[in-house]
Design a protein around this ligand. Structure first.
Ligand code: SF4
Length: 493
């Protein structure tokens, strides 16, 4: 599509991957769940929780709540403020609800792939919201289809419900535990069944899930920023491999059995933790505490480490907003180079479902990021971004800064080179599309027309996170913490 036509489409909005600081990584979802001793306007509360998690998924939003013994649900494509706004002016008293925001990582962005999913089966009515990626879903799904199951969506989330429905265990809880023992990969699940809310996190702890309390309510969310908005207290992580059951405000907790690949050790060997390090680099909101560290502080440290390893002479440091903001501050503190606002970001762009062409990508970057000419002109500029994937967005940013008069442009990335696919819920382009598989930093600088490019080293990244051995770095190292059987996430989209 020619850029001129794009310019003319005033209602046109671009897919997130063309205009975030990062060019191509998309994460999967955000989830929220609430159990309340007293009846409250549950959809309204879920709306506020999901609104706080909007950055984790902007293509669809949905909620489910229990009212008069039945599960009511609503799902729509679009952002929370439009998809669910009608709930702000209606009252739906309820004690139990879950909600979900989604990117189309696994499964295309159709309404049937939006969540929460609600089914009625041999175990009764169940509603489910999922953040993550089941990495042996293809194998499990093939078996279920051979046995007669009919899938309505193309997401891996539906799989768990089919498995629970077919389980011979008499109770929902026993069926859930049995089925969780068969799935692999990254998952945080929130499920509603009868009057209980279940929260589950996979034994490796890939994705974050936290719990908090307030006024007779127990709340779960992907990130603490949602719980903080509710002014919840007693915040703690749902532990890796923990399954929590909540009825009213009463919480019970138990451990999941060891994952299948370690079952032969009969519980003597527990899986190592494998928190996704990209949650700290890019995905999570800066004010959230994720895996024991406030995201802003982790990113600031990344900037400091980049500066310590750098010898470049520059006049100003600027961030690619928003994910580069904290790291640019850290780089500036450590280097003594003044921080400037060299790029502003238009926060009012929505998201859409159109796959971008190169012309659309360029237009998308120009619509979203705007150089501040007077701050940049004639300056040697260090630009801080979170990561480099295809290199296409970085090339556009360099072009924007050159047009604004930057004398030199030195791109610094808060992560090591991305070289491998993800099997745990992050959509990373194919091996061939990843620029770091084709070029070294000098070659990348030439291709994107920057004066230099430098990555954060793996050793330095490990110094920015608490308990570095508890993290997954597989998209940098290719060392996967679990067996990988299915195609990577990007091939499933
Ligand atoms: S492979 Fe990369 S993106 Fe995927 S979970 Fe591991 S660190 Fe996160």
């Amino acid at each position: 599509m020619p850029a001129s036509r794009i310019d003319a489409m005033d209602a046109f909005v671009f897919h997130s991957c063309v205009a975030d600081g990062n060019s191509s990584l998309r994460h999967h979802c955000g989830i929220v769940g609430i159990s309340s001793r007293e009846e409250v306007n549950m959809p309204e509360l879920l709306f506020y929780g999901l609104f706080s998690l909007q950055h984790r998924g902007q293509e669809s939003a949905g909620l489910a709540y229990r009212r008069q013994g039945k599960i009511k649900s609503y799902r729509s494509v679009g952002m929370v403020s439009t998809a669910l706004s009608h709930y702000l002016s209606e009252s739906h008293p309820s004690r139990l609800g879950i909600g979900h925001v989604r990117y189309s990582t696994h499964g295309t962005n159709k309404l049937e792939n939006a969540q929460p999913i609600v089914v009625s089966c041999s175990k009764g009515e169940i509603s489910l919201a999922h953040n993550g990626n089941i990495s042996n879903s293809e194998l499990l799904q093939e078996r279920l289809i051979a046995e007669g199951s009919i899938f309505q969506s193309t997401t891996d989330t539906e799989l768990l419900l089919h498995m629970i429905a077919r389980s011979r265990q008499a109770s929902f809880r026993d069926a859930l535990v049995e089925c969780l023992g068969l799935i692999e990969g990254a998952y945080c699940f929130l499920l509603m069944h009868e009057d209980a809310l279940y929260a589950v996190r996979d034994p490796y702890g890939f994705r974050p899930l936290v719990m908090g309390r307030r006024d007779g309510q127990v709340m779960f969310a992907s990130e603490t920023c949602a719980l903080n908005m509710f002014q919840a207290g007693d915040i703690r992580e749902v532990e890796p491999g923990e399954i929590m059951t909540v009825e009213g405000a009463r919480v019970t907790s138990e451990k999941l059995p060891a994952p299948r690949e370690l079952a032969h050790t009969q519980g003597t060997l527990q899986p190592r933790r494998a928190h996704c390090v990209f949650e700290l680099i890019y995905f999570a909101r800066p004010d959230s505490e994720v895996f024991g560290r406030t995201v802003h502080m982790a990113r600031k440290k990344m900037g400091e480490m980049l500066a310590r390893a750098d010898t470049v002479k520059a006049d100003i440091v600027i961030a690619v907003p928003d994910s580069g903001n904290s790291a640019a501050l850290g780089y500036s503190h450590a280097s003594g180079i003044p921080l400037e606002q060299g790029l502003t970001r238009n926060h009012y762009m929505g998201r859409t479902f159109i796959q971008p062409t190169p012309a659309m990508r360029e237009a998308g970057v120009r619509m979203k990021l705007h150089p501040v000419r007077e701050a940049i002109a004639g300056k040697r500029v260090v630009v801080i971004d979170d990561s480099l994937v295809r290199g296409t967005t970085s090339r556009q940013i360099v072009k924007l800064l050159r047009e604004a008069g930057a004398r030199e442009i030195h791109l610094r990335l808060c992560s090591p080179p991305v070289r491998h696919p993800c099997f745990y819920g992050i959509d990373i382009p194919t091996h061939e599309e990843l620029i770091s598989n084709r070029l070294d930093p000098e070659g990348i600088a030439r291709e994107i027309e920057a004066d230099s490019v430098q990555f954060l080293s793996m050793d330095d990244l490990r110094q920015c996170v608490p308990n570095p051995e508890d993290f997954c770095y597989a998209c940098f190292s290719g060392e996967y913490p679990t067996p990988v059987r299915d195609a990577p996430v990007s091939k499933k989209c």
